[in-house]
Design a protein. Sequence first.
Length: 144
Amino acid sequence: MIETRALGADDRERWEELFRAYIAFYERDLEQAAYDRAWGEFASGARMHARGAWLDDTLVGITHFLVHPSTSGPDVCYLQDLFTAPEARGKGIGRALIETVAEWARGQGCSRVYWQTHETNATARRLYDDLAVRDGFLVYRLPL
């Protein structure tokens, strides 16, 4: 059975292992300060939030999300990161985490949850196509 809930202080080490694996999946590298900052934000609960998924008492999935205002309606929830440990994939972890974020966002009065993934992430896209609507918008980035 999958259990999802907020991360606690005792989850820091395993969370960081999973988050490092997520960052590596996208062929990125972060300094330790970035992990420390993110964990601090999650612990405060003011701006960024995190949830975990446990299978047999082991943390096997994480998600990070935040709420921001919308110019055309109620606030929206951006699901920024989602990662399932390779050994737990195909067991419903990703779906459970997305549903947990959606439930939380509903409780905050958000009008929607949205996220992005790389076009080559076919495994994740199968799940996302089953859960959500891909509306055709493209993401552009302007590095600063």
